[in-house]
Design a binder for this molecule. Structure first.
Ligand SMILES: [Mn+2]
Length: 454
């Protein structure tokens, strides 16, 4: 917070990022989406709807990831129509025309001319032309890619058009509706150089926010104070904001996987688990650290923490081209299961404990998810034949083992109410993987050192 100017990310906003990239990048993405489809296949993508919060206030506008990936625009109420033709891809953007009254209240609109100037589309038309224009394109379309999950009026209109758009004019017939998310998810799985750069800068900000929160830790601090510190770092450093609602759970609340109230006091001797990340130029980061608010781990906390840290290291070692997320997960599970045996929490051989799932009351989630424009980037985990996707250089995922001991009969008294997770974002490289979020410490000694700074 001391040096906002020098630390501010250059061009932190969506638009500025978009301007830096050439029009070719967006056109290449548009073409890639339709590359393997039939001629005349359409993709119809709508901007995210503006969401009312209460009365006449709204949630902060967040562009739809698919629309942003293909257009680089954060303007609401736009529709992008793409068509695969014999010679390539044709793209038409529909935008709300400029409106002086609206601009007085809300600031400049992109408008038809502004969108044309981006050079990312073959044509730009006002939104009122959408339905008649698409009725024509749909006459010949054998297949339409649509977002199958969104229920809002813009997307519902695209559904209606795709289902019935031309049937009344003799041009209808069976038309396949396919998942835009699936096809785009395949394209989004391997990140480009500019995406990796954005993810790295997002990771840097999230890491410094975690370190700053660690330095604030003291007995009696409130979860909301730590949350406020995270948000202050994100915005001061130029991020759009958090990539998801931060989880700041002290004591037993660290064992609630999606705890979000963040409104309790954290007492001396307790751990606090912070799972938080920001969004920069549209790209997410996602880091979890668990640290003692009193500055020192107790022995039971240290034992469990060491187990989780070793599990994460084993998962890092398994994360390389050709491996799968399941291989990474199993590497993590193996170390956690052995740790639970060594600590006397479960009984049996390692094979038995893994096979029968005896570790699951303490580790009940997966180890990894893709990360990109979305914190849980919706890229398929299996290919069309149902096989697990093999890791390739350029893929980015989280590695986040944990151990959770609720206050109940399944927990040995010494571990009762302790929750620990360590999460980093890693880029798959030719040799293995690179930790994008290593700037925030995860070793016990290093954490205790940061906790004692203030
Ligand atoms: Mn995560």
């Amino acid at each position: 917070m001391d040096k906002p100017e020098s630390e501010r990310e250059q061009g932190g906003a969506f638009e500025q990022a978009a301007q830096r990239q050439s029009a070719a990048l967006w056109r290449e993405r548009q073409a890639r989406l339709l590359e393997l489809s039939a001629q005349d296949t359409l993709a119809l993508v709508s901007a995210a709807p503006v969401q009312r919060r209460s009365a006449d206030t709204h949630f902060p506008y967040r562009q739809d990831s698919a629309f942003f990936y293909l257009s680089g625009l954060r303007e609401p109420e736009c529709i992008l129509a793409l068509r695969r033709t014999g010679s390539g891809t044709e793209s038409v953007l529909f935008v709300p025309p400029k409106d002086a009254f609206k601009e007085r209240w809300e600031g400049p609109m992109l408008g038809v001319e502004g969108a044309l100037e981006t050079a990312r589309f073959d044509a730009v038309l006002p939104t009122e032309k959408l339905n008649p224009f698409l009725a024509n394109w749909l006459l010949k379309a054998p297949e339409v890619f649509l977002d199958l999950g969104r229920r809002d009026s813009a997307n519902d209109n695209l559904w209606q058009l795709a289902l019935h758009g031309s049937t009344g004019r003799g041009g209808g017939g069976l038309r396949r509706i396919s998942s835009l998310g699936y096809h785009l998810g395949v394209a989004r799985r391997v990140k480009s150089a500019s995406e990796i750069e954005a993810l790295s800068r997002s990771a840097d900000i999230a890491a410094s926010a975690q370190s700053a929160a660690m330095r604030l830790g003291r007995p009696g601090i409130w979860e909301n104070e730590l949350e406020a510190s995270l948000l202050a770092t994100y915005r001061t450093r130029g991020a759009e904001g958090p990539a998801y609602e931060p989880i700041v759970g002290g004591g037993v609340r660290a064992t609630f996987l999606h705890y979000r109230a963040n409104n309790q006091r954290i007492e001396a001797g307790e751990l606090v688990l912070i799972d938080a990340g920001c969004e920069l130029d549209g790209y997410a980061s996602d880091i979890t650290r668990t640290f003692p608010v009193s500055g020192r781990f107790t022995q039971p906390q240290r034992d469990l923490y060491t187990c989780v840290l070793q599990s994460q290291r084993a998962a890092f070692a398994a994360c390389k081209p050709g491996a799968t997320l399941e291989v990474v997960h199993q590497a993590a599970v193996k170390v956690l299961a052995q740790g639970l045996i060594d600590l006397g929490v479960v009984k049996g051989s390692l094979g038995e404990v893994i096979e029968s799932g005896l570790y699951r009351p303490y580790y009940m989630h997966q180890t990894s998810h893709w990360i990109g424009l979305d914190v849980h980037d919706p890229c398929p985990y299996r290919d069309e034949a149902g096989e697990a996707v093999k890791l390739e250089p350029g893929m980015v995922l989280t590695i986040e083992p944990g151990l959770y001991f609720g206050v109940d009969a399944t927990s040995p008294p010494a571990f009762s109410g302790i929750g620990i997770r360590i999460e980093d974002d890693v880029l798959v490289t030719a040799q293995g993987c690179y930790n994008l979020t290593s700037a925030v410490p995860s070793e016990i000694n290093a954490i205790e050192a940061v906790c004692s700074e203030s």
